[in-house]
Design a protein around this ligand. Structure first.
Ligand SMILES: NC(=O)c1ccc[n+]([C@@H]2O[C@H](COP(=O)([O-])OP(=O)(O)OC[C@H]3O[C@@H](n4cnc5c(N)ncnc54)[C@H](OP(=O)(O)O)[C@@H]3O)[C@@H](O)[C@H]2O)c1
Length: 326
């Protein structure tokens, strides 16, 4: 019987790439999510029955334990940007992570891989980073030999970063952003999955790895790069933090009053987090320690951002057709 890995959040942006890699490596994969009916696409990653979505809510002990039963390894890839509601920072990124580690220890699961984030710090004033830090502490309390992966902002076909701003650029002549000079080190989603795969297969030493791509760029430079790829000219306006916080406070209020129906495009917590660089810390373990290389943005961005060009996939053919005119 091949080995079994349970991936909590295995249908999410990062989780699905981990599920895909583990299936290709011949493992059986259990994808534990709240809406397995919306995760049926993961079945196509393997042969019949190899990859199965199962119902689980990481806020509930019994369903977490059932989803883990018989697993040789566990990956925790659940996260949120929500500070309100039941699925909030604390429930998902702190208590949920700790619950999975506690139950993994009880069930004597050999390997636990936890997806955290750069900046995780239980003393941070940013709620997202604080809950990530508390989650890491909770994981290590129960599973001291866990592998913790902390990516910077992650890019790939289903990302919520480049896709979001490219979508905005289609609609608006200006892109107002707070933290225009804040630095990021975007990392390709399948590189994060490769790191997780190595850890699941026992080929990574226990500890914390910070995962950043080959380029460090400011928020403004990243948007300029995105605009070049989608062949549009837009004005990028750097918003002062105070003004951004004012808008974000109202967005937060709308989200709260609407019971979560209206999603805040920018939250006060995100404004706070944009004050801090999101890059690999000096001396941190990273891809090199895992024996992996990083993928450059230029190699991937055009493959999925082309749809935001004025003529979508026909932009190149239209440009070359122009040369044919007499
Ligand atoms: N994306 C990035 O740029 C980035 C950067 C740094 C770190 N990270 C971290 O990487 C991890 C994965 O991020 P992601 O972008 O892949 O997230 P995502 O796309 O939002 O996916 C979240 C996954 O978790 C599941 N989920 C959510 N709440 C759940 C619950 N209560 N019980 C069970 N399953 C639940 C979701 O499925 P259902 O909705 O069906 O439950 C989905 O499969 C997170 O910890 C995130 O903080 C992400």
């Amino acid at each position: 019987m091949s080995q079994l890995v349970t991936i909590y959040g295995g249908s999410g942006f990062i989780g699905r790439y981990i599920a895909h890699r583990m299936a290709r490596a011949g493992w059986r994969v259990r994808v534990a999510v709240r809406r397995p009916n919306q995760a049926l696409f993961v079945r196509t990653y393997g042969t019949v029955g190899q990859v199965e979505p199962v119902l689980c809510n990481i806020r509930d002990d019994i369903s977490v334990a059932e989803a883990m039963r018989g697993a040789d390894a566990v990956v925790y890839s659940v996260g949120t940007f929500d500070k309100f509601g039941k699925n909030n920072f604390d429930a998902v990124q702190h208590e949920g992570a700790e619950r999975v580690a506690r139950i993994a220890a009880e069930q004597q699961v050999a390997t636990l891989v936890h997806i955290s984030a750069i900046g995780a710090d239980s003393a941070s004033d940013v709620l997202y980073s604080r809950s990530k830090g508390q989650g890491e502490e909770g994981v290590l309390k129960h599973c001291p030999k866990a592998v913790i992966l902390r990516p910077s902002v992650v890019f790939g076909p289903e990302d919520d970063f480049f896709n979001r701003f490219a979508g905005m650029a289609v609609m608006s002549p200006v892109l107002p952003i707070p933290g225009a000079d804040t630095r990021f080190q975007p990392v390709f989603v399948d590189d994060v999955a490769a790191a997780a795969e190595r850890a699941v297969r026992g080929k990574a030493a226990a500890g914390t790895y910070e995962l950043g791509g080959p380029e460090i760029m400011t928020f403004r430079e990243l948007l300029e790069m995105m605009l070049e790829v989608i062949q549009r000219r837009r004005l990028i306006i750097g918003l002062p933090f105070g003004l951004a916080k004012f808008f974000a406070w109202w967005f937060d209020l709308w989200q709260r009053l609407s019971g979560g129906l209206i999603k805040a495009p920018l939250t006060v917590d995100q404004v706070k987090s944009l004050k801090h660089d999101n890059v690999v810390s000096p001396g941190a373990k990273g891809f090199a320690d895992l024996g992996l290389d990083e993928t450059a943005m230029a190699a991937v961005l055009p493959s999925y951002l082309y749809r935001f060009r004025e003529s979508g996939q026909y932009a190149a053919i239209k440009a070359s057709a122009k040369n044919l005119k007499p």
